[in-house]
Design a protein around this ligand. Structure first.
Ligand code: ADP
Ligand code: MG
Length: 318
């Protein structure tokens, strides 16, 4: 950053003590590196995500929303691995030292970080076009991480929550005086809530797992490719919220299948484990959407008939 003094003041004021005060942080913000004591028997999972103004969030987006989306998306990658979040670092490029902006941004980060007992342990601050990179760290029991490559023929395929809501919210960003359903869709986009609690339940039962950041079909294709099997998705089983059906009756299905940013989990598991998981799913968080068979790629079924979506691509599916 060009003005040295204000860079250090700024880091001190907004980022030095942000998030949860954790015992495993030997050294946090302030030195050349952070030092973390990794608990015995655990492995460290790392993931980084970058969001650029005008690309991943609109210009003049609320700073709290930017913080929520950036940290939420990064945490969702930890959820997809069944990892428990521990720390994060923040590389922030800002066009000016706008303290009002920084205070709101730090507030958004703090609230999500505290919720998940996450400590900010370091980062970098530069002057430039608004860009937020967040690297998250999390622990998983040795050998227990959920990967994309472990789906097996015969598995049930399921998702958390409902699909397409964030895609609906994105389409509503410029809506004037949104209705209550529209506001809830906007919330899906602006305040993604990573499925960390659910991931803890899946840790011991799921085979493959991924978070849906690019859209159901695109992310399902990653599991199919990594696992070397075919994922069959039954269109009529897809969980779509009443809000999405009400606000976008004509495109709800397309959004559920191809829109990104929902940060729900897509996972596979044996029929036996599915039965056990569902028996205690009082809030109806988990929905079976299909199954895994031998082969490759994705098959989409509508009332048992294969839908040929490939010619038009995911984005033009109807
Ligand atoms: P260096 O020159 O050694 O990279 P910096 O001057 O960039 O150090 O940063 C000083 C300290 O402040 C480091 O501990 C760094 O991790 C931390 N830091 C810088 N920017 C941020 C930020 N945006 N969020 C959290 N910590 C930060
Ligand atoms: Mg630096």
């Amino acid at each position: 950053m060009s003005s040295g003094v204000s860079e250090f003041e700024l880091i001190d004021r907004y980022f030095r003590c942000l998030g949860h005060d954790r015992d495993d942080v030997k050294l946090g913000v302030g030195d050349d590196c952070a030092i973390i004591n990794v608990p015995t028997g655990k492995q460290l999972c790392l993931s980084i995500d970058t969001m650029v103004e005008g690309v991943h969030f609109p210009r003049n987006c609320q700073p709290e929303t930017i913080a929520y989306r950036a940290l939420g998306a990064a945490l969702s990658d930890l959820a997809a691995m069944g990892a428990e979040p521990s720390h994060f670092s923040l590389a922030l490029s800002i066009p000016s030292n706008d303290e009002g902006w920084l205070a709101e941004f730090a507030k958004g980060l703090s609230s999500l970080a505290n919720k998940h007992r996450l400590a900010l342990v370091g980062g970098d601050t530069t002057r430039g076009p608004l860009t937020v990179s967040i690297q998250v760290h999390g622990y998983v029991d040795k050998g227990k991480a959920l990967t994309r490559s472990s789906a097996q023929a015969g598995d049930i395929l399921a998702v958390t929550g409902s699909l397409g809501g964030a895609g609906g919210g994105l389409a509503l960003l410029t809506a004037e005086s949104p209705s209550s359903s529209e506001r809830r869709l906007l919330e899906c986009y602006e305040r993604p809530s990573p499925r960390l609690v659910e991931a803890r339940l899946l840790g011991s039962v799921a085979h493959a797992c991924i978070d849906i950041s690019d859209g159901l079909l695109a992310d399902a294709a990653h599991i199919a490719e990594s696992s070397g099997c075919k994922l069959v998705i039954e269109q009529e089983s897809l969980p779509i919220s009443d809000d999405l059906l009400e606000v976008f009756p004509d495109s709800a299905l397309r959004l559920a299948i191809s829109a990104g940013d929902d940060y729900e989990l897509l996972f596979s598991l044996s029929a036996h484990e599915w039965g056990i998981l569902k028996a205690s799913d009082d809030l109806d968080i988990f929905t079976k959407i299909g199954y895994v068979e031998e082969g490759e790629g994705i098959k989409l079924l509508r009332n048992g008939q294969e839908v040929n979506f490939k010619k038009k691509g995911y984005q033009h599916f109807d």
